[in-house]
Design a protein around this ligand. Structure first.
Ligand code: EPU
Length: 354
């Protein structure tokens, strides 16, 4: 196990922000974690777990020890009458896993195609798109306690999944405002994820963009492969490829409001995009709110609002003159202020700010 010093994190975050890790250890097996924890200095050091870096904003150099997860491997662990159980190492690229499952005849992840990031990061934010969330296909996760070195396994209930949320996103400090009162952020390192892909396979087609795409084609009985192709097309048309334009996906969560609050906004803005939820509350499209405030295409320094999807903040400076984390957060705060002033809604950022 090698401790690398002063490592540039620019290639390891999808915004392409310049920042360095004072110390970085690559973890490509459980044995690497055991070896690291045998060193008393490394064992005591605060740690930051880095996956694909596709959901973080770096606002400076990273002082905690960075653990770069590179644990690989994909396999079918079990096939029952009800599901295929697939397991993947936390360092695998998420989209590669989706493609691999389809190539091998295990459908079910097609709606989650092209989401940037690693397999290990997928449960952390309970990734979701086009009507499917990770929790709908989740079986269990293997992790290691970074204080004791003990491995453990969590089922879905123990992961406490929510909308872009899980136990892995929360910290367990005495002063934590976390309602659940516990958290595993930077305390546990995910090493493997198991997914349960239900049999018989059923398409998930309800999402408006997908319905539109199906109507345009002559295929009203698409298979998983066809849905995968459509999802890839839809995402490529709407969302910037982080390899070309740095970004961290949706920058804010879609807010939930009460029926009364929504009715009040509709009175003033009848066109507001909203979805009624089963619990009686209403989800609003944050992209629409930001767009309505006139932010699409605008910039603050090298931080910009993507011109095809206002929910995505982008790096307009490329790799040679990249955006800073400060610029991204200044733009984010300006957006929050104008959405709050017009609609009375405080947008909550989705990426982890480091
Ligand atoms: N809209 C606008 N203007 C915009 C952006 C959106 O009017 O600039 C409207 C759209 O016309 C649409 C509605 O807002 O009616 C929703 O937009 P979209 O379908 O693009 O989805 P979203 O709610 O903005 C969410 C996820 C995405 C996911 C898509 C598809 C969140 C925070 N984002 O975006 O996830 O791909 O749905 O399921 O929930 C991510 O998490 O990084 C991400 C990209």
């Amino acid at each position: 196990m090698l401790v690398e010093k002063n490592v540039s994190l620019q290639p390891f975050n999808s915004f392409g922000i310049v920042a360095k890790a004072f110390s970085l250890v690559r973890i490509d097996s459980q044995a690497d974690i055991t070896a690291m924890l045998q060193d008393p200095v490394l064992r005591a050091a605060p740690k930051f777990v880095l996956g694909g870096g596709s959901n973080i904003v770096l606002t400076g150099d990273v002082k905690p020890l960075v653990l770069k997860v590179e644990i690989m491997g994909k396999r079918l662990v079990q096939e029952t009458a009800k599901a295929w159980i697939v397991e993947a190492g936390a360092g695998e690229n998420w989209h590669d896993l989706v493609s691999w499952t389809l190539q091998n005849g295990y459908p079910g992840l097609e709606n989650l195609a092209l989401i940037p990031g690693t397999v290990g990061a997928a449960p952390v934010q309970n990734i979701g798109a086009y009507g499917v969330e990770l929790q709908d296909r989740f079986e269990s996760v293997d992790a290691v306690d970074l204080t004791t070195g003990q491995p453990f396994t969590l089922n879905a209930a123990q992961c406490a999944f929510g909308y872009r949320d899980s136990v892995f996103k929360h910290r367990s400090t005495a002063s934590s405002s976390d309602a659940k009162g516990f958290g595993l952020a930077d305390k546990a390192l995910i090493i493997r994820v198991r997914l349960s892909l239900p049999k018989p396979w059923k398409p998930v087609l309800g999402y408006a963009d997908l319905e539109k795409r199906m109507l345009q084609s002559s295929n009203d009985k698409p298979d998983a492969r066809q849905i995968y192709e459509w999802i890839c097309d839809i995402r490529r048309a709407k969302l910037p490829d982080p390899k070309v334009i740095g970004n961290a996906g949706s920058f804010f969560k879609n807010p939930t409001v009460s029926l009364e609050q929504c009715a009040d906004i509709i009175q003033r803005d009848p066109k507001i995009v909203h979805y009624h939820l089963a619990d009686g509350s209403v989800k609003l499209a944050a992209g629409w709110l930001i767009d309505a405030c006139g932010w699409k295409g605008k910039s603050v320094g090298h931080a910009g609002v993507y011109d095809k999807q206002a929910l995505v903040l982008v790096n307009r400076g490329g790799t040679s003159n990249p955006v800073t984390g400060g610029e991204v957060m200044t733009l984010a705060k300006a957006i929050q202020t104008s959405v709050y002033e017009r609609f009375g809604i405080l947008l909550e950022p989705e990426p982890v700010v480091v």
